[in-house]
Ligand binder design. Sequence first.
Ligand SMILES: Nc1ncnc2c1ncn2[C@@H]1O[C@H](COP(=O)(O)OP(=O)(O)O)[C@@H](O)[C@H]1O
Ligand SMILES: [Mg+2]
Length: 234
Amino acid sequence: MFEVEDLNVHFGGIHALKGISLRVDEGEIVTLVGANGAGKTTTLRTASGLKKPTSGRITLDGKDITKLSAQDRVKRGLCQVPEGRRVFPAMSVSENLDLGAYLRRDRAGVAADLTNVFERFPVLGERRRQLAGTLSGGEQQMLAMGRALMSRPKVLLLDEPSMGLAPLLVQEIFSIIADINAEGTTVLLVEQNANMALQVAHRAYVMETGTMVMSGTAAELSQTDDIKKAYLGG
Ligand SMILES: Nc1ncnc2c1ncn2[C@@H]1O[C@H](COP(=O)(O)OP(=O)(O)O)[C@@H](O)[C@H]1O
Ligand SMILES: [Mg+2]
């Protein structure tokens, strides 16, 4: 469904991604875990077309999208929820959601998806006229996810959705991710919360300083001593 092959990314003299490869099959949740600075965000930003790679190949549905603009990738069904949510604080909840659909022309479909988003996130419906900047962190994460869903993605890229949230909300966000996936959206999930990520994911990749160091089923990796020590608190 979605594949990255031998991707190299530089920021000036910094070699941030050193020939990484990963694959997400249709219907999967794949998680990418690793310490701060490992290159997880850079991987997602390059996948979604916000950062140009030095070399490598990105494919979606078997088609090479490496040279496509970020917009064209969204049109083809690849959508990213950025690290730190990045909702538009001075716009209302509804306006933020409308922006998620701005590349679409199927008005009936957009209206149906808006209803679905309000069903999935009732709090967004209750606060649809409220400015996004007045929402709590958890609500802003829901808005960022709702906005992405308004593009009707086939593959959803999530960057640290649980960051900064209280434990109860973290549970809720992960359970929503599982629901979204169960209803047919393929998910690539970047997380520092490896514990939760490995519970919800089918497969996982582990990154260290720009390199993929391990991959396997989430169940396998949760039982690996190195992973337990480095990422699961023993
Ligand atoms: N805009 C940027 N300019 C320069 N260096 C960057 C930029 N973004 C990321 N980097 C560097 O790339 C590496 C990977 O960062 P990042 O992808 O944000 O890691 P992670 O998301 O895993 O914490 C780090 O060394 C970081 O300093
Ligand atoms: Mg990051």
